[in-house]
Structure formats: C-alpha cells, structure tokens
Design a protein around this ligand. Sequence first.
Ligand SMILES: Nc1ncnc2c1ncn2[C@@H]1O[C@H](COP(=O)(O)OP(=O)(O)OP(=O)(O)O)[C@@H](O)[C@H]1O
Length: 259
Amino acid sequence: MGEQPKIEAKDMELRYGAYVVMRDVNVQIKRGEIFIIMGGSGSGKSTLLKAMTGLLEPARGAVYFDGVNFTAAPPEQRNEMVRQFGVLFQSGALWSSMTLEENVALPLEQFTRLAPAQIKEIVRLKLALVGLKGFEEYYPSQISGGMAKRAGLARAMALDADILFLDEPSAGLDPISSRRLDELILQLRDSLQTTVVVVTHELASIFAIGDNSIYLSAQAKTVTARGNPRRLLEETTDPEVKEFLSRGAENLGKKEAVL
Ligand SMILES: Nc1ncnc2c1ncn2[C@@H]1O[C@H](COP(=O)(O)OP(=O)(O)OP(=O)(O)O)[C@@H](O)[C@H]1O
C-alpha cells in the first residue's frame, strides 16, 4: 500500500448542464508535491480546479482530501476542509479600494478570531515572504502586475493553507517575475511541505517546478497523460502531449540562457 494521497479525484465526470467537459478522471496528488494541470485551451483545467475546491459539483465521482470524501461531506465539514485551502484564481484580483495589507488581512478577519495586532503581524510576515515588505500601505493600482500576483499569493497563504490551488499564477507576468513566483512556490513546498496544485501552460514553469502532472485533452475529454513533466517530454508517445510539451522548445532554451 502506498502513502495516502493528499488529494484524490476518483472516477470524476464534470459537466455544465448537458455539456460534458471531462469524464473518467482519476487523479492522485501526494502531500508536498507540486502538481501541474496541463492541457490545451478549453480542455477543462479551470473546471477541474473548481471541482477540487468545491465550486462545481461533480456529475459523478468524488474528490477526497486525506482520504475524506469532500464531495459527499455535509456543508459544515466541507467548510472546515475548505479552510485548509489557499486559492488564487485567475480572476482572484485584489480589492482595488483596499491596501495590500487590508487585502491580505481579509481571510484572517473572516475566518479567525485573532486580535487586530496579531492579524497585522501575520499579514506583514506573509507580504515579506512574497517580497513585498514595505508595500503594505500601497493600493493595487500603485504596484506592477507581478507584485499584484504575489500579493494575491500572500492572501492565498494567509491562513497557512495546507494546499494551494493556483490558476495560471504567472499569466501576464514577464519571465523574471514568473521565475520569482516559481521560486516562491518551490520554497513553500520545501519549507512547509505545502501541496501545490497549479494550472499553467507556461513550459518554463512546468519544467522548473512540476513534480508531477496530468494532461487534459479537450478532444478525448479526459486525462491522456500523467507523470513528471520532464519524463513525459522524453517518454510520451501521444502526439498531442508531445507537441504541447515541446512547443517553442528553441525559444524556451534561449530565454533560459538569457536569464
Ligand atoms: N460556467 C460555464 N458554463 C458552461 N460552460 C463552461 C463554463 N465554464 C467553462 N465552460 C466550458 O467548459 C470547457 C472547459 O473550460 P475551462 O475554462 O475549464 O478550460 P481551461 O482548460 O481552463 O481553458 P483555458 O486554458 O482557455 O482557460 C470549455 O469548453 C468552456 O467553454
């Protein structure tokens, strides 16, 4: 018997009304693993993330955390489980009328009974962790896109989540900011054994941080490949997966050389 997966999706079917996005999805994610959800546009990467975080009910199958059936859990237990998650959605923008400090404090005010002074201290710590020390009083409009992404990550980490779900965290970032974000994700895994589930199509990130992955095919409407991304690149015989993982390989090499 192997180790109990941190997250498991079993025989899952996800649909919007009559429209089936994917079926027969089985995924196992280990504790402390950086797990990449890959796939072409419209293959259902965000949909899978929604199902894992409870925003979409699977039409079949279930999601388990530490062996506990999340999908079938009563609302109170589900809420407890959701509190272990930190989520950075694509649309997870910061509130523009609040400073970075106020933004990151939100989940702590909402979900804990900590005193304001304690909250302030935690918030400052989290902002420092993502390289935003000194920017506590800034408003989102006063910082760069990369800094806003990192502030979003600080907010996702505010409650010391065991599991982070990140939807396209480096979308719209320049290569250097994107690399910094990758380093931060690696640090979280290494220092806190955080389990990180990342939706991304950025090859540099996929190869830099991915311990394990799945590939969702829009055409097949299911998972068509799985494993360590570097190994997949070498070993896959699936033309769609091979093309996805080797697209712009020359440019990628150049970019890495420059950085
Ligand atoms: N709320 C919704 N209602 C109906 N259909 C939806 C909804 N959200 C997504 N879809 C459809 O489900 C499929 C999967 O969408 P999803 O956003 O999960 O894909 P994705 O792989 O994350 O795509 P992208 O990389 O372009 O963000 C698409 O065909 C999309 O049009």
